[in-house]
Structures are given as structure tokens and as C-alpha cells.
Unconditional design. Structure first.
Lengths: 243, 328
């Protein structure tokens, strides 16, 4: 079976800055893959290329057997790419359920059914009690969950999570980890960007480490964390030698 | 909670039907032509502001150039009638259609602009259109068009003796604009528009084609405003560029919605019902001095309302219902 997502020799340049150089990764169906790397490694750029926020300078992106390189974000969502944002982007003047309905409408044209579907997704994400609150009134951890709920309402095949676990308390982060597992259990493939290693490593099946815009290492989380190159990228050469 | 939502929608509809019925009965008791005139204008601005609210309130694309569509409606109807003898009813639809098409043609470049730049573009375009009409000889240039009265008739939609037909038409128009908004509010478009207003990037990531959503809102909004313009041309029976396409119309369409509650179903109605009579009354009672006292009073009242209720007059109702719920 072919991979669900594949980037083939993707480059992204911003003027003189090369954010991604020759990045080729693949994500198989049903996997949870972690995309990690130090600040400025090009994780967010790669993420935006996959989500369709901007087209890559060079290279191609295959999703579900099709070339989606030139498709805009809305079209990719239609094909089954759901995403969250690193800096939460709730629809602040709308209620929590209305936020999710926007996502649900892409698969359901009947308002009644979209509303029903949105409510189910909120229950799945543990936000049903907040359904009629304004999104602006949620606490930060709830807003993160709302981002996930909204993306899930679009019934994605691939869910892109951009640092959804960062900046949460340990308890909140644990709830988040369980939510991601639940999501995968429903058959959704997950690609998540994180830089807090302790949280992601037990969760993901496979980790891809980016550094300076390139794929540094890729493999099982337990192997990746012991890799000297990864340690050196994160902590500097001195520590790598010590390891 | 599903039923709670359905209940609210049904309640809105019932309240609107009751208000429309009451409004329809008012002329039976109010015979004063001056007051009837104010009522016609109030209903017309309620309809216009409701239509403006679709693009600017729900979809968040603040337009201060809607006078363009108002003028287009007025001019299309008047020109078709005086030059080709086309009945105003067809002129109304033609004006609406032309405005919708022009709104989309202008939206094509302008919707790439965000925030203040978009607002500036709408003002500039409306001003350019005003200048063009002022210099278009065939359309009467700066002198405008006199719509000849050929006797009272529903077919030609002109009435010299009574204001009542205009009143009922304006009421119908306000009801239509309200119903369209009510219906759109719980439709895919309504949700898309609000999402586009709040966060276009997030909307795009959820499959909303932001550009098309804006185009849709612009077309609906421009169509309804143009119908209002057509009505106004018949109502005053004489139009010139400044009197139907001047900047003040853009403001008078925006103000009721802003004051009443922008992006809300009831805001424009509430705003118009308070603002338009206020305009007329301050002019009648303190405007005679020639020192602009009426405008000072008018301006002061607007400032007072916006300071007291920054979210618009409709927030009074949500505050009251909030207190009721707290008391339970």
C-alpha cells in the first residue's frame, strides 16, 4: 500500500533563506508520526507546505495517491487534510459549537446534520459542556482542543497537529496525548510537530528529525533520542561527545 | 441544545412577524404625511442597513462605498423607465442584477485587500462612480433625471396622492432583507462568512474558499441595496448623482447596523428605528436655527449610545435575558 502522505524533494526558499532543502518524508496510513527538531529547523514551513498555505519552491507533495502540490489549503481540506495552528486561531465571536460546525459543513450540506456531527465531535474531544460558550471565553487548553475538534469535524484522513501539546500543564498534556491516541484509533493518520521530546516520544510510532531545513534522522523514537546527531542538534556538540 | 437553538430561531421569526404586522397597522392610525414619510425612510434604511450588514457585518468586509449600489439601482430603474419605458419592477430586478455583477467585478481585485485598505478602496470606487455619472450626459449628468408622473399606478409604481403604497413596499423590502438574513444566518454561507470575518486563515484550513465567500456576500448585499435604490428613485421621483450616490448614503447604511449591533440579525432594524427618526426629529426641532445644532445633537446622541453600549443596542437584550437566566 502506498503512503498516505509523501513529500518528494521539497524545497522552500524565502529570499536568500532556505527553510526546507530537499525534504522527502512519507507518512503511512494509520501512523502517528512526530516531526521534531530545534527551533528554526523548518518544521512549521514543512507543515504549511503540506497544509497548502503556500506552494513549495521546488518538489512535489503527494497525498492519498494524488499530486496536491498546486492545490490551495481549502482544496486540500476537501481531500482530507485537517490541521491545527501553532498559535490558536479560534473564531472568537462564534460559539464553540459554531466553530466546529464550520468544519463539519465541508462534508454535510444539511445544517441539522452538520450541527449533530459537530456536537458528536465536541463530545469526542471532551468539550460538549462548553458547546454554547463563546470561543473567546475558553481557557488556553480548551482552545487547543477546539482546534483539534474543528479539524476533526472535516473528517480528515490526515490530521496535522502543530504543537498542540506545547505550553500545557502536565495533566492537560496527558489528556491531549490520550485524545491523539483516540483520534488514531478512529483510523485517522496523525503527523504532529512538537519540540517537547518527553511528551511526544512515548506517543509516536516514528519520529522524523529536521535540522537546518533538512531531514537529519528518521526512525523509532527510542533510536532517535539516542542518536548522537540528534543530541548534537538539540544540545550542541559537547553533549554528543559525552553520550 | 439542538432544540434550544431551533427555539431561538423560531422565536426570532415570530417576533419579526408580530413586528411586521404591527408596523402594517400603524398607518391606519397615523395620518400625518410628515410622520408617514419618516416611517418610509426608517423602513428603507432598515432594509439597506440589513443588506449592508450581510457583507460588512457577517462577512466582515467593511464597505463604505455601498452608495454605489444604491445609486446604480436608482439610475438603472430611472433610465430604463424614462428612456425605454421599462416598468420600474423590471428596472428593480435589472438594477439588482447589474449591481451584483459589478460588486463581484470590483470584488475580484478588492477582496485581495485586507482591513483598512479594503475600506479605502470601497470609498474611492464609489467616489469615482459618482464623478462618472456626474459627467455622463445621456444619463442627465449633474442635473439628474426627472421621473415623469403619469398618474397613480401600481404597474408604474408611482403615487402622487398617498404615501401608503411606498410605506407598504418599504415594509415588504425590510421584511425581505430581514428574512434573507435570517435564512442565511443558519446556512453554510452564514457560517462561512462569520468564519471568514473572524479568521480567514483558519477558515481556509477548514475547507472554506474565502474568496468565493466574500464574492457571494458582496453579490447578495449589492443586489438588495440596489433594489432599495430603485425604490428610492420611485419614492422621490427625481434623482441626481449627489442625491443617490453621495457618500452620506454609504454612512447612513452603515450607521444603523453599527449602532444597533454589527453582524447581528436585529442590529440594523433596531439601529434604523432609533437613528432615522432621530435624524429627522433633530432636524425638525433644532435644525431651524441654521447653525447646525441638529447635527451636534445627533452626533452627541450617537457618541453617547456607542460609549454606553459598544457592542450595539442589541446587547441590551442579551444583558436582560442574561439577568433573567441568572435570576432563575
Amino acid at each position: 500500500m502506498t503512503a498516505l502522505l509523501e513529500t518528494r524533494g521539497v524545497w522552500q526558499r524565502f529570499g536568500g533563506l532556505v527553510a526546507n532543502s530537499d525534504v522527502s518524508i512519507s507518512v503511512g496510513r494509520g501512523e502517528i508520526v512526530g516531526l521534531i527538531g530545534p527551533n528554526g529547523a523548518g518544521k512549521s514551513t514543512l507543515f504549511n507546505l503540506i497544509a497548502g498555505v503556500l506552494p513549495p519552491t521546488q518538489g512535489s507533495i503527494m497525498f492519498d495517491g494524488e499530486d496536491v502540490t498546486k492545490l490551495p489549503a481549502a482544496e486540500r481540506c476537501q481531500r482530507g487534510v485537517g490541521r491545527t495552528f501553532q498559535v490558536v486561531k479560534s473564531f472568537e465571536t462564534m460559539t464553540v459549537i459554531d466553530n466546529v460546525i464550520v468544519g463539519a459543513l465541508i462534508r454535510n450540506t444539511k445544517m441539522r446534520i452538520a450541527r449533530q456531527k459537530a456536537y458528536e465531535v465536541l463530545e469526542f474531544c471532551g468539550l460538549a459542556a462548553r458547546a454554547d460558550k463563546l470561543a473567546a471565553d475558553l481557557v488556553p487548553s480548551e482552545k487547543r482542543r477546539l482546534e483539534v475538534a474543528r479539524a476533526l469535524a472535516t473528517e480528515p484522513k490526515l490530521l496535522l497537529l502543530d504543537e498542540v501539546l506545547t505550553g500545557l500543564t502536565p495533566v492537560e498534556a496527558q489528556t491531549g496525548v490520550e485524545l491523539v491516541r483516540k483520534v488514531r484509533a478512529t483510523g485517522v493518520t496523525v503527523l504532529m510537530v512538537e519540540h517537547v521530546m518527553e511528551i511526544v516520544m512515548p506517543l509516536v510510532d516514528r519520529a522524523i528529525v529536521l535540522n537546518l531545513g533538512k531531514v537529519l534522522v528518521e526512525g523509532k523514537p527510542t533510536e532517535v533520542v539516542r542518536n548522537p546527531e540528534v543530541i548534537s542538534a538539540y544540545l550542541g556538540d559537547r553533549h554528543a561527545v559525552g553520550a | 441544545m439542538d432544540t434550544q437553538f431551533a427555539q431561538r430561531r423560531r422565536r426570532d421569526l415570530i417576533v419579526a412577524a408580530c413586528l411586521a404586522a404591527i408596523a402594517a397597522l400603524v398607518p391606519l392610525f397615523v395620518k400625518d404625511v410628515y410622520v408617514q414619510n419618516i416611517m418610509v425612510l426608517t423602513l428603507m434604511y432598515a432594509a439597506l442597513s440589513q443588506s449592508w450588514n450581510i457583507l460588512s457585518g457577517y462577512c466582515g468586509q467593511i464597505s463604505l462605498g455601498h452608495a454605489l449600489y444604491f445609486g446604480l439601482g436608482a439610475y438603472t430603474t430611472a433610465l430604463l423607465f424614462t428612456k425605454f419605458g421599462v416598468l420600474p419592477w423590471f428596472g428593480m430586478l435589472a438594477g439588482g442584477a447589474i449591481s451584483a455583477v459589478i460588486a463581484m467585478a470590483l470584488g475580484y481585485p478588492c477582496f485581495r485587500l485586507r482591513g483598512h485598505y479594503f475600506v479605502i478602496a470601497t470609498i474611492v470606487i464609489a467616489e469615482i462612480a459618482l464623478l462618472l455619472i456626474q459627467n455622463w450626459d445621456w444619463a442627465g449628468a449633474a442635473l439628474g433625471i426627472d421621473i415623469p408622473m403619469r398618474g397613480d399606478s401600481w404597474l408604474k409604481f408611482q403615487f402622487a396622492r398617498s404615501k401608503l403604497p411606498y410605506f407598504y413596499f418599504a415594509l415588504t423590502l425590510a421584511c425581505i432583507a430581514w428574512l434573507v438574513t435570517w435564512w442565511l444566518e443558519d446556512s453554510k454561507w452564514g457560517y462561512w462568512w462569520r468564519a471568514v470575518k473572524d479568521n480567514p486563515d483558519a477558515a481556509e484550513s477548514l475547507g472554506v474558499v474565502v474568496f468565493n465567500s466574500k464574492m457571494g456576500a458582496a453579490a447578495v448585499s449589492a443586489f438588495l441595496v440596489a433594489v432599495g435604490g430603485s425604490f428610492y428613485a420611485q419614492f422621490v421621483s427625481y434623482i441626481d448623482p449627489e442625491s443617490v450616490m453621495g457618500f452620506q448614503f454609504s454612512l447612513l447604511m452603515a450607521l444603523p447596523a453599527v449602532l444597533g449591533g454589527i453582524g447581528t440579525l436585529w442590529g440594523p432594524v433596531l439601529g434604523a428605528v432609533i437613528l432615522i427618526p432621530l435624524t429627522e426629529l433633530t432636524r425638525a426641532y433644532v435644525g431651524g436655527s441654521g447653525r447646525g445644532v441638529d447635527l451636534i445633537v445627533y452626533g452627541a446622541l450617537i457618541v453617547a449610545i456607542s460609549l454606553a453600549l459598544p457592542k450595539g443596542l442589541v446587547s441590551v437584550f442579551s444583558m436582560l435575558s442574561g439577568r433573567k437566566e441568572a435570576a432563575r
